[in-house]
Write a protein that binds this ligand. Structure first.
Ligand code: HEM
Length: 129
């Protein structure tokens, strides 16, 4: 029996686990490591705050989360396949560690964000400003 996500410490646990898996991934990991050379020491704290905002109404995240993805998409297209892989890794990471309604809420929120962003990126790729 696993516990549900109940705290920022739990968020840190799943974000760290997700980004421990990420670098070796040939689709999403490649974008992070080889295209964007993301510095995880600054990226991960943003993700802790982002998930705290989504799951516990935290107010520390100050950002425009879609914006970097628009920029990345111009350098290296982020396709529906990237979003599917991202979600598969996210679901697997969460289900390895937690179970319960908050865990499912996190997965549903990620699915909704991924669907919205995939649609917008596809639209903007076909209709450049
Ligand atoms: C589909 C594959 C995805 C790829 C390849 C991707 C890639 C990236 C990269 C490279 C960055 C770092 C940008 C930078 O600091 O230069 C980033 C930031 C971020 N990503 Fe993603 N991402 C993906 C999907 C998602 C999804 C589905 C979510 C949300 C559920 C998400 C949430 C965020 C957030 C919150 C940031 C930080 C934005 C900020 O700087 O405030 N990403 N992403």
């Amino acid at each position: 029996m696993k516990n549900d996500i109940t705290s920022k410490a739990d968020i840190k646990t799943f974000v760290d686990a997700f980004y421990a898996k990420m670098p070796s991934d040939d689709l999403v990991g490649k974008v992070f490591m080889e295209v964007m050379h993301v510095d995880f020491s600054t990226h991960l704290p943003k993700m802790y705050d982002f998930w705290e905002m989504l799951l516990f109404q935290g107010t520390s995240y100050k950002g425009a989360p879609m914006r970097p993805h628009l920029q990345i998409n111009q350098i290296h297209p982020i396709t529906p396949a990237h979003f599917e892989r991202w979600l598969a890794m996210f679901r697997e990471t969460l289900h390895d560690l937690f179970e319960g309604p908050k865990t499912e809420e996190a997965i549903t929120k990620a699915e909704n964000i991924a669907a919205t962003w995939a649609y917008k990126l596809d639209y903007l790729t076909k209709h450049p400003a």
